[in-house]
Design a protein around this ligand. Structure first.
Ligand code: F6R
Length: 259
């Protein structure tokens, strides 16, 4: 696992964009894994800016989302398909075509069947060349909450109260309006990606980042499974890195390998 520590959220996003542009330019399989939530938004802004300058395009790429709420109004701006459309789809964004954006069917008659089909679709078009990830304060990636199987595939689940609280800022600050269920890529599905890029910013992520990078691999902190991934890059700001022990080593190694 490579760890990059930066002074500000903006510098994290610059480094994430640089990494993503390099990986996608060299990718054999033109498939990107995308995340939602607040963390990747500055990265998406840089992808749109680079597209506007003619330096980057997802025109030839497929994109697979990590997760989706179950039972959310299809028109709701926080439905993850809608978020990703707003951020990435179209020539005025990153060139990604709507028919090439895949998101789990949270409103399918049977979301569990839809989850299996989604996993099969990722296998069909995969491997995902680069999976972008955020991390929850409780260590979730996708919506794989503590206690989840470390090898599970795409599945339906319920969200923890902590995650619903964390996400209520998108739902009029009313936890009752945050959907209780989700469909999410499983940890096994995420681990199939050729590379993963996890971004974490802010002090409320410091515990999760410590467990992700330096803790034991454990279902208590689902993101810790990424220690078993051969190509995982973790980019954090100082606040999110605050509880890491080996920061001097990570900084030195990053400098040595990114000249
Ligand atoms: C989003 C996702 C989640 C978020 C996590 C952090 O698709 O899968 O794991 O990455 O909840 O959310 P933010 O970035 O809003 O703190």
């Amino acid at each position: 696992m490579e760890v990059g520590i930066f002074a500000t959220e903006s510098e994290v996003a610059d480094a994430a964009a640089e990494h993503l542009f390099a990986v996608l330019a060299a990718a054999d399989n033109k498939v990107l894994g995308v995340a939602t939530g607040s963390t990747p938004l500055p990265l998406y802004q840089r992808m749109r800016a680079a597209h506007a300058e003619g330096k980057f395009s997802l025109e030839d790429f497929k994109a697979f989302a990590l997760d989706e709420y179950v039972g959310i109004d299809p028109e709701h701006p926080e439905r993850y398909r809608n978020v990703l459309r707003t951020e990435l789809v179209g020539d005025d964004k990153t060139g990604l075509k709507d028919e090439n954006l895949f998101t789990p069917e949270g409103n399918a008659p049977d979301p569990a069947v839809a989850a299996d089909e989604y996993d099969a679709k990722i296998k069909e078009h995969g491997p995902i060349a680069l999976q972008i990830l955020g991390i929850g304060a409780d260590g979730h990636i996708g919506f794989n909450e503590p206690g989840i199987s470390l090898v599970c595939r795409t599945h339906t689940d319920v969200l923890t109260e902590q995650t619903r609280k964390d996400n209520m800022r998108f739902f009029d600050n009313d936890i009752e309006k945050v959907p209780a269920g989700c469909v999410t890529q499983g940890l096994g599905t995420i681990m199939d990606a050729t590379e993963v890029l996890l971004i974490a910013t802010g002090a409320n992520k410091a515990d999760a980042v410590k467990e992700l990078v330096e803790g034991g691999v454990s279902a208590l902190w689902p993101a810790s499974i990424l220690q078993m991934h051969p190509k995982a890059t973790v980019l954090v700001d100082e606040a999110a890195a605050a509880k890491l022990k080996l920061t001097d080593f990570y900084r030195g190694r990053w400098e040595a390998t990114h000249k």
